[in-house]
Design a protein around this ligand. Structure first.
Ligand code: ZN
Length: 290
């Protein structure tokens, strides 16, 4: 799939690459953490970016209804509300609290017009991983009818195994696909975040399998810096690291993914800089590297 009509500006692209024009991109609000939601919407809209994926805490500024009015007026699409999940708990009461919180997140996503709620499924030290995965499947099955009624997709995002202890018991795209198949509801699929899955030798095959079952909901991009300085907050912008993003994107598009490409870069380094400059650099990098 080639996008060429999003921008009138000719862009120089590396040989063999297909440019990612701003209109095809959505930025996570967390990528520009120093900005409020209002500032994000304002700056992204002015830069011609096509969408914004909204992190839940940024809704505190205006509230959900006013945030929804603002984003609608801007014309920006909202691929995702980020994030729900954290289903795993050692006690049933903890799991009930998590379900309630996720129902609220689904409601908010619907108000915002978000296509999906991104899920970091959770893990808790002391809860065996197999038990944790069962709790995740149960939670997805419990939430799927509500998500479906609200027109919101649930996107399970596998997280790199370095987070298996306390953030996510689902670490490979194949694991995410299997839990989706277990739940077997069309509103439950996956978000492919390259930071977490770029290393997986099964990645291409799993992207193909997820695509053939209509479960490729989200695509998050950034880069893996060598040497990384922090496991959570040292993501690189496109082209700063070692991920073969053009290839992964080609796999996604061959598998039928036609959604927005979401820029999700947590970086203390970039958060400490002028955010307008960072945005301009990111858009230029996506245009140059595809
Ligand atoms: Zn992500």
């Amino acid at each position: 799939m080639v996008e060429s009509s999003d921008s009138a500006q000719p862009m120089r692209v590396a040989p063999g690459r297909v440019a990612l024009h701003p209109g095809r991109l959505a930025c996570h609000t967390q990528t520009f953490k120093p900005w409020s939601l209002t500032q994000c919407i304002d700056r992204l809209g002015a830069a011609g970016v096509g969408g914004v994926s909204i992190w839940r805490h940024t809704l505190d500024e205006l509230g959900v209804q006013a945030s929804a009015r603002l984003v609608r007026a801007s014309g920006l699409k909202v691929p995702a509300l980020v994030r729900g999940g954290f289903f795993v708990a050692s006690e049933p009461s903890g799991r009930e609290l998590a379900l309630d919180d996720n129902r609220r997140a689904i409601d908010d996503a619907a108000v915002l017009g978000a296509e999906m709620l991104v899920l970091v499924v959770g893990a808790v030290p002391g809860v065996p991983l197999e038990e944790a995965r069962k709790q995740v499947a149960d939670a997805l099955a419990a939430l799927a009818p509500h998500a479906s009624a609200c027109g919101v997709k649930l996107a399970v995002e596998p997280l790199h195994p370095m987070y298996a202890a306390d953030k996510s018991c689902i670490n490979r795209l194949g694991d995410a696909r299997r839990v989706c198949e277990q739940v077997d509801d069309p509103s439950v699929g996956v978000a492919v975040d390259v930071y977490h899955v770029w290393w997986d030798p099964e990645l291409e095959a799993e992207i193909r399998r997820c695509g053939s079952s209509q479960r490729l909901f989200g695509f998050h991009i950034c880069d893996w810096r060598v040497e990384t300085r922090h496991m959570l907050t040292d993501r690189g912008m496109r082209g700063e690291g070692c991920i073969d993003l053009a290839t992964i994107r080609r796999w996604m598009e061959r598998a039928g993914f036609s959604g927005m490409v979401e820029l999700e870069v947590f970086s203390e380094h970039h958060w400490g800089r002028d955010q307008d400059e960072v945005l301009a650099e990111m858009l230029a990098a996506c245009a140059a590297h595809g």
